[in-house]
Design a protein around this ligand. Structure first.
Ligand code: GBH
Length: 467
């Protein structure tokens, strides 16, 4: 508390980009209209037992038709940018070849309406909704998908590039590879750690090749990026064994993706850690790493929670969880108070992560492309309010952390809150609500939560209230 009264708000640099983020499958609904092909998430969510409550991509937020209202809400928030993803199976229903003009036309309408509203569209090409037909050919484990993705990237970029300046290839290749093919908690639900690593390599190669292909047809002011997810490693004891355990976790979780993109090589220690799976070497071809290292203009950083790490008693015991090939490590339980998804809350984890990334990638601008929280109990009061003090506290604490990193000299260009709307939260279904805006999925009524009002104040003042 400040005895002299309210403390001065903590200002962000001029031009700091405030925005919100979503993804296609999580909000669009309309999964069978206008020629859209099925995606792996349609198949997966229709498979009993895969998604809580048997929830599917219908109705989601019916954003496919309600996007004008959602843009109007963004105007109320005052945000300058909106990060969304394109549904590949809307644009190429079978993942290769034939283009569906009605799919492209939806994104024309969306982009034009955003520009009209003065909101910068930031396109992500891939946020996990692979065409099912591509998966039927082997998905990310089959190297053929690399050039199929590059074709899709060229098509989307050629069509929208006259209006969209910001292009991201992939959202969280970690999740697409490790959750989709490694532990199977996401579509396509394959459980095979070796496949997860092969998929990771093909995602990285598709990223680099697509950046090069889009740049070749781009205007000079266009920017190309990749979005990675990070979970800050935490050890309770500063000894050699704990540091070694943390090295392994962030090696497979972070550096396996970062190093090839930044420096054109896989980290030798990580290759050694996963060598027993014999997965990566067989799929890495001459020249791949140079292609993966195509320069990017900024790195997108998604952060939700830290990970508590300890050494396991047996150095060869397989570590349960998402990280393929990880051995000799214990992932300790999160410490509360937890969010509704069971994730630990630690805002300092974001500040430390941004500092670490600045040291890893000197000169590369960073953008927080996702950060947010789910909490139980969001309900609309008779007055039309949603009181969500925990989400508001999470938001403000993480914004203070971003600002602390900036004060330390980290080049963070913006912050995009996850998420604009309550939406289809993957394997959790609709029960876990990450939105700043409440969605009643029965009526599709939108209601700004208190956290949205707090965010609007931050955006308007370009400053976060002091603690
Ligand atoms: C993001 O990913 C997604 O981009 C977004 O679509 C989603 O809605 C949002 O977060 C909220 O979930 O315990 O070892 O299995 C989430 C990042 C990274 C969080 C992996 C869960 C599980 C690791 N995720 N993590 S593990």
């Amino acid at each position: 508390a400040d005895p002299a009264g309210a403390r001065k708000p903590l200002a962000f640099p001029p031009g700091f980009v405030w925005g919100t983020a979503t993804s296609s499958f999580q909000i669009e609904g309309a999964t069978t209209v206008d020629g859209r092909g099925p995606s792996i998430w349609d198949t997966f969510s229709a498979t009993p037992g895969k998604v809580d409550g048997g929830d599917t991509g219908e109705p989601a937020c019916e954003h496919y038709t309600r996007y004008p209202e959602d843009i109007a809400i963004m105007r109320r928030l005052g945000v300058a940018a909106y990060r969304f993803s394109l549904s590949w199976p809307r644009i190429q229903p079978t993942g290769a070849g034939a283009v569906e003009p009605r799919g492209l036309a939806f994104y024309d309408r969306l982009v034009d309406a955003l520009l009209e509203a003065g909101i910068e569209p930031m396109v992500t090409l891939y946020h996990w909704d692979l065409p099912q037909a591509s998966q039927d050919r082997g998905g990310w484990v089959n190297r053929d998908i690399v050039d199929e993705f590059v074709d899709y990237a060229r098509i989307a970029h050629a069509h929208l590039g006259d209006r969209v300046k910001q292009w991201t290839t992939f959202n969280e290749p970690f999740c697409a590879a490790y959750l989709g093919y490694g532990n199977g908690i996401h579509a396509p639900g394959i459980v095979d750690p070796a496949s997860a690593l092969k998929a990771a390599h093909h995602l990285l190669l598709a990223h680099g090749r697509a950046v090069t292909a889009m740049r070749a047809q781009a205007r000079p002011e266009q920017e190309f990026s990749l979005v990675l997810n990070f979970s800050t490693p935490r050890i309770a004891v500063q000894d050699q064994a704990h540091r070694e355990a943390a090295r392994k976790v962030e090696g497979i979780g972070h550096r396996l993706f970062l190093e090839p993109v930044l420096r054109g090589r896989y980290p030798a220690d990580v290759l050694a850690d996963v060598a027993h799976l014999d997965a990566l070497e067989p799929v890495i071809k001459d020249g791949d790493l140079a292609e993966i290292a195509a320069p990017i203009d900024w790195l997108g950083v998604n952060y939700y929670n830290p990970t508590r790490i300890a050494p396991a008693a047996d150095p060869l015991v397989e570590t349960p969880g998402a990280l393929p090939g990880l051995r000799g490590v214990e992932i300790l339980p999160a410490e509360g108070p937890l969010t509704h998804t069971g994730w630990e809350q630690e805002a300092d984890g974001l500040a430390d992560l941004l500092r670490w990334l600045a040291a890893q990638a000197p000169g590369l601008p960073l953008l927080v492309t996702e950060n947010g929280s789910a909490f139980p109990g969001d309900e609309v009061t008779p007055e039309g309010r949603v009181h969500d003090p925990e989400r508001t506290a999470y938001l403000l604490a993480h914004l203070r952390a971003v600002r602390a990193a900036i004060q330390d000299g980290v080049d963070v260009r913006g912050y995009l809150a996850w998420s604009l709307l309550d939406n289809f939260e993957w394997a959790f279904g609709y029960d876990k609500r990450f939105g700043l805006v409440h969605v009643d999925f029965a009526t599709q009524q939108r209601t700004l939560k208190d956290s949205a009002l707090a965010y609007a104040q931050v955006v308007a003042g370009n400053a976060v209230p002091a603690e």
